[in-house]
Design a protein around this ligand. Structure first.
Ligand SMILES: [Fe+2]
Ligand SMILES: [Fe+2]
Length: 131
């Protein structure tokens, strides 16, 4: 999961940098496409993992993913409207929101999953998380 998070953050940083640099429409369009597709696939794979393990915090986490995707779609429209500076600021804001999501919701799920898989394997989990 962590390597996917790194890619997610890096793509948004590259998009922000491209938006602040000299206009290069094909590069911005390609990065934007990657940001949208990668976020979509990443969120779906996380949700699948949660369902597979009957994660009790599933609904709240999926709700947050839906709001993040809405923000990303908003960013997409903003970039397409041609407001480069405002779009760069929005890319940075979306990146910050995703970082917060990784540090909070994803972190809680990861800790819970470690405990759940330890119990399933008969190992002492030592982890008790309120979700
Ligand atoms: Fe994630
Ligand atoms: Fe997540």
């Amino acid at each position: 999961m962590n390597s996917e998070h790194e890619v997610q953050i890096r793509l948004l940083e590259e998009l922000e940098t491209a938006l602040r640099a000299r206009p290069d429409r094909p590069r911005v369009a390609a990065l934007l496409h990657q940001v949208v597709e990668y976020a979509n696939v990443h969120f779906l794979s996380e949700e699948l993992l949660m369902r597979l393990h009957s994660y009790p915090g599933y609904d709240a986490h999926v709700g947050e993913h839906a709001r993040l995707m809405e923000e990303i779609r908003g960013l997409e429209h903003h970039v397409e409207s041609g407001h480069r500076e405002a779009s760069a600021d929005l890319a940075a804001a979306v990146r910050d929101w995703i970082v917060t999501h990784i540090e909070t919701e994803d972190g809680i799920f990861e800790t819970w999953l470690e405990g759940a898989t330890a119990v399933a394997d008969g190992r002492p989990s030592g982890v008790s998380v309120q979700v």
